[in-house]
Design a protein around this ligand. Structure first.
Ligand code: GBH
Length: 454
């Protein structure tokens, strides 16, 4: 019998950046240490009934104290890059005013530790932990928050850009605006009117634009600026010319309030017409700021929006998922690997984007730690393998995706879902803080080592 040979690996381009990501409130803990101010997530998670099991980020992964050990785990995995976020209330405890030097000091030490271990830091400025002091003055309902964000972003860029070469302004504007200000299921827990939500959305994209300008003004030359948006990854239901054309139209319109506005410096006619009297109030100067040129687009991708051609004026229709559609542990996390092909491909085509990162991709699983210390998360491995296969398909056709960040490096505080929904490739025992590589970490380590998939 001849043993079967492993197929030739699907190689990624040389230098492809394999990474993993976390966010400040989800991993740091140490919420009262070294002068950190209160964030809206402290307030929200401590409000009874708001989070699963009443879980809070008070301790989370204790990463604030264990970052050196965590960087060693990253090194063991072979990570080329790590995406983290800065907690605004550590830097400006009141959102504006006097900076807290101990705040930037933590991130400076983290960055040094990453670089000393050959890992490139990618820094997100806002991953949802808004200073409570700003929320008290209207939060994202107030345009002052956009201005305050720019001042904060400029300050961080000034202090870290000697070593950090990639900054992302805001993480998933769509998520924090819709879920925090419209649905009330995330901090600050508001259920505003359509007109008010649209204004909040405008202030978020404005913060991005003003933030880009502030980073450019304060950072060392050569620093690259982008964002990390969970843009709808629109994919054709069948790969025929008519459905592909529909997916292309959908990519522009389904992202009109966020990515499209950023990449075009305008709201689409359909977006403004759809909202009519509820459309956001803005000036031409706002739109110019929002459209400030960026160096890369970061896409957080978990799901795929299936699109078909349609005779409606828009020329497309989004296809709702049947009840039996497969999903991971989180019910919203419907499996659709083709998003990692069509998402970046159509975005690069429509807007001529030259540099794209998948700033998040990953899955929740009902992981179980066996008595002998293994987590066989075959579902997560299956998920990752299928998404990476579609990513490889695009990259090998020339879609300019330069790196991929697996969400998440380790199990962490999954917002309103608390600690029960695990997204890590490292298992975390939240009683002991012990980290254990899951099967998916071993899988990902192989992908990184081969620079591709078998
Ligand atoms: C990302 O959001 C976040 O950036 C990250 O912090 C998070 O941990 C990770 O993904 C995993 O969730 O409650 O049914 O309305 C991903 C996009 C959009 C997914 C909002 C959860 C809420 C679903 N998220 N969605 S629901």
């Amino acid at each position: 019998d001849t043993p079967s040979t492993a197929p030739a690996p699907h190689l990624f381009p040389k230098g492809f950046l394999w990474g993993s990501a976390t966010a400040s409130y989800q991993v740091e803990g140490a919420v009262k240490e070294d002068g950190r101010g209160v964030s809206i997530w402290d307030t929200f998670s401590h409000t009874p009934g708001k989070t699963n099991n009443g879980d809070t980020g008070d301790v989370a992964n204790d990463h604030y104290h264990r970052y050196k050990e965590d960087v060693q785990l990253m090194k063991a995995l072979g990570l080329k890059t790590y995406r983290f976020s800065v907690a605004w209330p550590r830097i400006f405890p009141n959102g504006t005013g006097a900076p807290n030097p101990k705040g930037i000091d933590f991130y400076s030490r983290l960055v040094d530790q990453l670089l000393a271990n050959g890992i490139q830091p990618y820094c997100t400025l806002f991953h949802w932990d808004l200073p409570q002091a700003l929320e008290d003055k209207g939060g994202w309902q107030s345009r002052d928050t956009s201005e305050a964000f720019a001042a904060y972003a400029g300050y961080v860029a000034q202090h870290l850009s000697d070593r950090v070469k990639h900054f992302m302004t805001l993480n998933e504007m769509k998520s924090f605006v819709d879920i925090g200000y419209r649905d009330g299921r995330h901090a600050p827990g508001l259920k505003l009117s359509v007109a008010k939500v649209n204004q909040v959305r405008h202030h978020a994209v404005l913060a991005h634009g003003l933030g880009v300008q502030a980073i450019r003004a304060h950072a060392k030359p050569g620093v690259k600026v982008g964002l990390a948006e969970n843009a709808e990854a629109c994919a054709p239901v069948i790969e025929t010319a008519e459905h592909i054309a529909a997916a292309r139209k959908a990519t522009r319109e389904e992202n009109a309030g966020y990515l499209t506005a950023v990449l075009e410096g305008k709201y689409t006619d359909a977006y403004l017409a759809h909202h009519g009297a509820n459309a956001p109030k803005f000036t031409a100067a706002d739109m110019k700021a929002i459209g400030s040129p960026i160096d890369f687009v970061g896409l957080n991708n978990y799901t795929t929006t299936w699109v078909r051609a349609d005779s409606a004026p828009a020329g497309y229709a989004v296809v709702p998922a049947p009840a039996s559609y497969p999903h991971m542990m989180s019910p919203w996390l419907r499996v659709g690997p083709q998003g990692l092909y069509w998402g970046p491909k159509l975005i690069a085509e429509i807007w001529g984007v030259k540099e794209i990162y998948i700033t998040e991709n990953g899955a929740s699983s009902t992981d179980v730690l066996t008595p002998d210390g293994h987590v066989y998360d075959t579902d997560r491995v299956m998920y990752l393998r299928n998404y990476l296969t579609q990513l490889h398909r695009g990259v090998s056709e020339g879609v300019p995706v330069k790196g991929y960040f697996c969400w998440s490096f380790m199990d962490n505080y999954e917002w309103a879902d608390g600690y029960a929904y695990r997204f890590g490739i490292h298992y975390v025992d939240f009683k002991t803080q012990k980290r254990t590589p899951k099967l998916s970490a071993h899988f990902y380590k192989e992908v990184i080592a081969r620079n591709g998939l078998a």
